[in-house]
Design a protein around this ligand. Sequence first.
Ligand code: AR6
Length: 163
Amino acid sequence: MTAIELKLGDITKFNGDAIVNAANESLMGGGGVDGAIHYAAGPELNNECARLNGCRTGEAKITAAYRLPAKYIIHTVGPVWHAQPSDAKKLKSCYVNSLRLAIQNDCKTVAFPSISTGAYGYPVSAAARIAITTIQNYPSNLIATIICYDRKTFQAYQAILNR
Ligand code: AR6
């Protein structure tokens, strides 16, 4: 079991061990939460990301967090929603691989955004169910905070958490 907290807010402000970025396969930044994280971390982040050779969908890579309050950024690439069974499998992998990297790096606290539910179009309730069940069922002493940026997303996660 991994403990879950749900918050409404900006993940770049998270003052814990690691934040997870919903990146793209290039790892070179983009819009949404990825853009916000790269902007707040500063240009040194791009220099480190440029050396990582990208990241496949469902996988995760870790960097320093530079100007952010967190220690690490775990970059994972969610699936683009295609309404296929493989979407859920890939989204689940994002959470599993991110949690594994957090533990390998001695993190005690990690924050996740709502991976894939912005530009990548994954329906929020379906994504929330995968996020919450995958995190809860992962064996660790971590505290995972899911940080939603808007109230609608927050409410979708809250509904699943309160089932
Ligand atoms: N803190 C927390 N959540 C945020 C923040 C923030 N500062 N900003 C946005 N969100 P998205 P994706 C929420 O589109 O769907 C990028 O261009 C947002 O409201 O950021 O995985 C990448 O480079 C939404 O609920 O990620 C990729 O190309 C959630 O984060 C692509 O978008 C995810 O939305 C990835 O798309």
